[in-house]
Design a protein around this ligand. Structure first.
Ligand SMILES: Nc1ncnc2c1ncn2[C@@H]1O[C@H](COP(=O)(O)OP(=O)(O)OP(=O)(O)O)[C@@H](O)[C@H]1O
Length: 296
């Protein structure tokens, strides 16, 4: 295991920002920390990055108790850039801070500029960069020393759709080489890149699992049925049918109490002499499953 946090807790005075959080990150795994505003995402990331001391609990990185900052890359939610510096100068500065060996630094800077799509802007001042360019530069500085774990706080939240896509594509490339832990309050962003999801609310873990587990919670139980003949009232009283709503005598929407009763429904329709002209099942969206978990 690359990182193991046990019973991680952070209190600010009387307020508990993170409570008894257990978290595991494997090598090359991409984990999304998902939660609404104030859930404790930034506090958690800062503790794991070694920037904030936990009130209690433990963090083990690569099996040792010390957080080795050289093995971690961190991009804060609001990175502070020096607007008068050029992209190249900024990466030089970041590379020295991260102790990239001098003889490797120039090569690394060129590699990062190319990865971030900033070669043409390398000598331009950061003050004139768009939000997307700044975020790509922020990612480049976080990984210039080839960390084993990249910690990104809301890396796409402030970006427009094209900036979002660029940064998510960069993350998809990066996860082939290193583990990534990133926070977001948007499930759709998590879906694009992550393997595992950890949901936080009020400083506590609400749920953790992978997208497959989350998709299982979607279900496929909402049915739309249309027939040539009038359906009749029998459907309302069937015990496998719930929340039945007729939009016309020949069209009805309802929820199947369990997905296996689908065959029973179809054979009942045939027994009643109905000709089925439309049958479809609609699952809830992933967002619905997420919101339901958060509200539980
Ligand atoms: N330095 C601090 N002093 C006091 N309270 C704090 C401090 N930092 C965070 N908090 C509180 O801890 C809770 C968790 O904050 P945190 O910033 O970790 O949440 P978040 O999930 O990152 O939220 P957001 O999505 O808004 O960035 C909030 O209630 C916040 O007000």
């Amino acid at each position: 295991m690359l990182l193991t946090a046990e019973k991680l807790t952070k209190k600010f005075g009387d307020h508990t920002a993170v409570a008894q959080l257990d978290l595991n990150i494997k090598e090359n795994e991409c984990v999304a920390l998902l939660g609404p505003n104030g859930a404790g995402k930034t506090t958690t990331l800062q503790m794991l990055a070694g920037l904030l001391t936990p009130t209690s609990g433990s963090i083990r990185f690569s099996g040792t108790k010390n957080i080795n900052r050289r093995l971690i890359g961190y991009l804060p939610q609001y990175p502070a850039f020096f607007p008068w510096m050029s992209a190249k100068e900024y990466l030089q500065f970041a590379g020295r801070l991260s102790e990239v060996p001098k003889k490797e630094l120039q090569g690394k800077i060129e590699e990062m500029l190319s990865f971030a799509g900033l070669e043409k802007a390398k000598n331009k001042r950061i003050g004139g960069f768009s939000g997307g360019m700044k975020q790509r530069l922020g990612l480049a500085q976080a990984m210039i020393h080839e960390p084993k774990l990249l910690i990104l706080d809301e890396p796409v939240s402030a970006l427009d759709p094209s900036g979002r896509r660029d940064v998510l594509e960069m993350m998809n490339e990066l996860k082939k080489k290193m583990a990534i832990l990133f926070s977001t309050h948007v499930l759709h962003d998590a879906e694009q890149v992550c393997d595992e999801i950890v949901m936080l609310k009020g400083g506590k873990m609400k749920w953790c699992g992978n997208l497959i587990d989350l998709r299982k919670r979607q279900g496929e139980d909402h049915v739309l049925l249309e027939t040539k003949e009038e359906i009749g009232n029998w459907l309302r009283t069937e015990n496998y049918v719930a929340e039945c709503s007729f939009s016309s005598p020949r069209a009805v929407e309802f929820t199947l109490r369990n997905p296996e009763s689908r065959n029973r429904l179809l054979s009942d329709c045939i027994d009643k002499g109905l000709t089925i002209t439309h049958f479809s099942e609609k699952g809830r969206t992933l967002e619905d499953a997420y919101l339901e978990l958060m509200e539980q």
